[in-house]
Design a protein around this ligand. Sequence first.
Ligand code: NAD
Length: 493
Amino acid sequence: MREIKHWLDGAAVEGTSGRQLPVWDPATGEQQAYVVAATKEETDRAVASALKAFPAWRAASLSRRAEVMFRFRELVDANRKEIAALVSKEHGKTEADAAGELARGLENIEFATGAPHLLKGGYSEQASSGVDVYSIRQPLGVVAGITPFNFPAMVPMWMFANALVCGNTFVLKPSEKDPSVSLLLADLLRQAGLPDGVFNVVQGDREAVETLLSHPDVQALSFVGSTPIAKAVYEAGTRAGKRVQALGGAKNHMVVLPDADVDSAADAAVSAGYGSAGERCMAISVVVAVGAVADPLVAAISERIGRIAVGPASDPAAEMGPLITREHRDKVAGYLAGTTADIVVDGREAPVSSGPGFFLGASLVDRVSTDEALYTDEIFGPVLSVVRVDSYDEAVKLVNDNEYGNGTAIFTRDGGAARRFQYDVVCGMVGVNVPVPVPVAYYSFGGWKSSLFGDLHMYGPEGIQFYTRSKVVTSRWPDPATSEVDLGFPKVR
Ligand code: NAD
């Protein structure tokens, strides 16, 4: 069986702990590989390697760092098919979906190539007589990224593209469920000219994360995953004095007003609810149907579900793949078993073009009550709940009362209503007739409430802020002949 290795000091390295974690092929249900979870010593070694590489990488010119990103961008572009195939093989998503993930990841690499401009500071000449004041942004040192299974290529790129180009060195702890892509990316970074030790990968689970969280040489941590772990990582990391941004789970509501175009809204709900089998943090999981739109909308969604082809990525006709593990598939199916609401389409009965992987068809559940687990839990699977409300105000209250605030969307033909929604809603990312409003790379990504712990969102301008700290210099070059002692408080006028 294939071992998926660590990446330390510019080379793949076998694990030593003997603690093997299985990597499944979700499309067949068979184990295809394993990772050996990193010990504390191995994680320490990755940090030591990153620490050693930091002074030289920090000293590399801005254009040199950007040049590595340009080359990396070309290499990722040239290897799109291979990377997407690897994502599909371990995650299970279709190759078209994996290619989409990669394309959105590439945006972040492209954004990072602009770092020489993004890292410009400010300069104020003559802030006082003969005195200039200027600000500069400097890298933090060794920073770490801990990533979830659902975007094994894109989410690491959200983090390391900006972190590296800002002059930091990086330790990635990818999800143990689909860890191979991290090594492919590490090798492409090496080929792009990134010096050894600047980017390291430690495979593993909680033990590796805990080592990073308490390591005195790790300055900052970026985390993406489920809310309970995000909260715990944020608390432990900040307690240890680190800068932390920890993005958590979601329960994204799509509000459909009575004037919306029913076919467009149904297309959007099906695409955003079942794409990637619902395993997206920006997936729509609740459709909030306002007033009379509910009946035609539920009919239009269920009619479309009947046409979704469920199957493995190897089947070119497949539109929706399996879930990540057997346990997760069974957990998601358990919500269907446990609901007393109206199951309009039951994904447990859906035909699948191959077995016996971790498949579950798309489900639609109507008249879901807000106090049942189907509504309150993040399900992270192909289950769309419909909650019926009578008014816009009720719809907004529902979104705002929810524990999560990652993404939300409104479907309407009324510009005034959309504008009011954007103003009223307590949520980090909003779509107007756009069901998955993942910001482009030159904005930043982040939710509110229990969807993000920390102050700065990920990637884009806030990513640059996260991975640097600012220094302000006040400078004077006086003529020694005019120098004198002055015990008064420095004045500028
Ligand atoms: P997860 O929380 O189980 O794991 C995320 C990472 O944390 C993995 O690298 C994992 O090894 C590590 N981890 C797991 N348990 C840990 C523990 N006890 N202590 C320390 N580290 C631990 O998440 P997942 O199942 O891989 O991913 C799905 C979740 O991620 C969903 O909740 C989804 O909404 C969320 N997600 C959020 C965003 C976002 O941007 N907000 C994006 C993608 C995914």
